[in-house]
Ligand binder design. Structure first.
Ligand code: SF4
Length: 589
């Protein structure tokens, strides 16, 4: 079998009407898949000027042309209007979802409408159903997962289970969607969109079959890629200590945000390094479907419940970003303490990065008497795991006005109570790098406000140039390359495996030669299309600023150079505007 270039097979579900329809949409040679397909679908089905929780807004899940055919083509792009900022955005997750969609026979799902009662959507190759699960509303993510597993029977093939917790039900703008327990659509609040649709869960049954592409070219190339992934050092670090191997060197470099970014280095880092987790808590490693690397590190959390005089054991995944958010940012320096908080955030269905950074701001606000325990309900203190655990529950449940505001994002709470200067928000709550000016700009003004948009943190560490045009050229080109990968939809950890030429070879080997030929031009086009959607849904970079805390911080390069940061911010915004207006990148110098 060779894949036919042509339209995408998309399942459009209308929850209000309780019906669904498979449609053919767009063309692979124009939209490629993944990010391009999601953007094309949002342009067709999205309501640009309606809020994120409007019943007609679509929640879109898209896979790519190489999903299931090559290693690490394991991710799914979710396209949606974000309740965090009201703009079109993307979130990415792995787990089993990508392969489940491929085996269910769909390139994308578009979910519109609002279910009459809390529901679970079940999509398979032979059946589609919407089940009433009102009795699960209010349950946490882990309990919900246990119930949903019963729905799919034994012959479910590559089954994937998505679900939300109380935070998504209550509209916390950084509520996440849990995917197969250890992966997440974490950022920008997709969980609140599911909550607004009264969609407690989604199960995709990969119960169909897909023949592999024929021909020696495909088989040989697969073998080459597989060997590179498994038998060279290219992916080794992700399997060994995982991304948490960065914690120690970044701390040495003065590049880890500590205690609401009041410092970038701490002597007590040894309690939360990759090495410490591996020695004390690592239980096993697991992988997304279709990935031979297995970078998902799962720690064992053991806890004694005094009243029942018994121990509970739980498995919690960790990597650099969650450990920054529930560890260094909150001044928590024990691996067990970090896992305790991650597990609590997981249960409530919160994006751990936003939740940790929001609570770090709340702690500093508490220390400065901007808020008291009348608002926070618990006396917050850096390093106090038990108090944070209670606060996470309040945040997930939006217990009072304070947690209601905090559930609108850190800046919303700061706008109400004061303390915007020390809100560590770069478009959304910051990622775990304090590398310098280019990263601060790149997350603030990047398309997804994610450190993964364009690797600004890497530029800070590697480049000597202080010419803003060099930094901007790097960010724009790096974003285009990453768009290419997220059109496939590859794990971004494999970016050095899948060069542009390698991707073209892969596409040709499965029969998508014209997609391969137009890959460079079309990835630029998709890059521009995403920005156009962001502008059309209300993006106004002039309304965003970088809080004062980011100018005060000392990084490995010394004091932040505000002049350079402002120049990069201005030039980057101009470059993005031009890209959006013309579909062209700025000339690079
Ligand atoms: S490297 Fe990790 S995140 Fe990427 S596909 Fe493999 S298991 Fe998933």
């Amino acid at each position: 079998m060779m894949i036919n270039e042509g339209a995408f097979r998309v399942l459009v579900v209308n929850l209000t009407e309780g019906r669904s329809e498979p449609v053919l949409f767009g063309s692979q040679s124009e939209l490629i898949g993944g990010s391009g397909l999601a953007a094309g679908l949002f342009a067709a089905y999205g309501v640009m000027d309606a809020p994120a929780d409007h019943s007609d807004q679509p929640l879109i899940f898209a896979i790519g042309p190489l999903t299931a055919y090559f290693p690490l083509m394991s991710k799914v792009v979710m396209g949606f209007k974000s309740p965090y900022n009201g703009q079109y955005g993307e979130s990415h997750a792995g787990g089993r979802l990508g392969l489940a969609m491929r085996f269910a026979g769909y390139d994308a799902l578009v979910i519109k409408g609002v279910a009459q009662t809390p529901s679970c959507l079940i999509v398979g190759s032979r059946s589609i159903g919407i089940r009433d699960v009102h009795y699960l509303w209010g349950l946490d993510v882990l309990a919900t997962g246990k119930h949903l597993r019963r729905f799919s029977g034994k012959d479910s093939g590559h089954r994937s289970i998505l679900r939300i917790g109380p935070a998504g039900e209550r509209g916390v703008v950084f509520a996440s969607i849990n995917v197969d327990t250890y992966r997440h659509f974490g950022r920008l609040g997709g969980g609140a969109v599911m909550g607004a649709k009264r969609l407690k869960g989604i199960i995709v049954l990969g119960d169909g079959s897909v023949p592999l592409p024929e021909g020696k070219a495909y088989r040989d190339l697969y073998k080459t890629v597989y060997q590179e992934v498994t038998q060279t050092p290219a992916m080794k670090k992700y399997h060994d200590l995982g991304t948490l191997e960065n914690m120690l060197p970044l701390n040495e470099l003065n590049a880890v945000p500590w205690r609401n970014l009041q410092a970038t280095h701490d002597e007590n880092v040894s309690g939360i390094t990759g090495e410490r987790f591996a020695e004390e808590l690592l239980l096993r490693k697991t992988a997304c479907s279709g990935c031979p690397v297995g970078c998902i590190h799962v720690g064992l959390l053991r806890e004694k419940f005094a009243e029942q005089n018994e121990y509970h054991y739980r498995q919690v995944s960790y990597d650099h970003e969650p450990v920054f958010a529930a560890g260094s940012m909150l001044g928590v320096t024990s691996a067990g303490g970090v896992l305790t908080l991650l597990e609590e955030m997981e249960r409530r269905g919160l994006d751990v990065m936003s939740a940790g950074v929001a609570l770090a701001w709340a702690t500093e606000a508490f220390e400065r008497n901007i808020v008291t325990d009348k608002e926070t309900l618990v006396p917050l203190s850096f390093g106090d795991v038990e108090k944070y655990r209670e606060a996470v529950r309040h945040l997930g449940m939006r217990t009072n006005d304070f947690y209601h505001f905090l559930g609108q994002g850190t800046l919303a709470a700061a706008a109400h109570y004061g303390g915007s200067d020390f809100a560590c928000v770069l478009g959304q709550e910051m990622a775990g790098y304090a590398t310098g000016e280019v990263f601060f700009v790149s997350q603030t003004y990047g398309f997804r406000h994610s450190h993964l948009d364009n690797a600004g943190y890497s530029y800070d560490q590697k480049a000597d140039s202080k010419k803003s045009e060099d930094a901007v050229a790097f960010l724009i080109e790096e974003e285009r390359r990453r768009v290419q990968l997220t059109c496939m939809v590859s794990c971004l950890f494999a970016r050095n495996i899948y060069s542009e030429e390698r991707l073209q070879e892969c596409l040709s080997s499965v029969g998508l030669s014209s997609v391969a030929e137009s890959l460079v031009a079309n990835s630029t086009d998709v890059q521009a299309k995403r920005w156009q959607l962001k502008y059309r849904t209300g993006y106004k970079p002039g309304n965003i600023s970088i809080p004062k805390r980011f100018s005060e911080v000392i990084t490995w390069k010394g004091r932040v150079d505000r002049e350079f940061m402002n120049a990069v911010a201005t030039d980057y915004q101009n470059a993005v505007r031009k890209l959006s207006d013309t579909g062209q990148q700025l000339e690079t110098s």
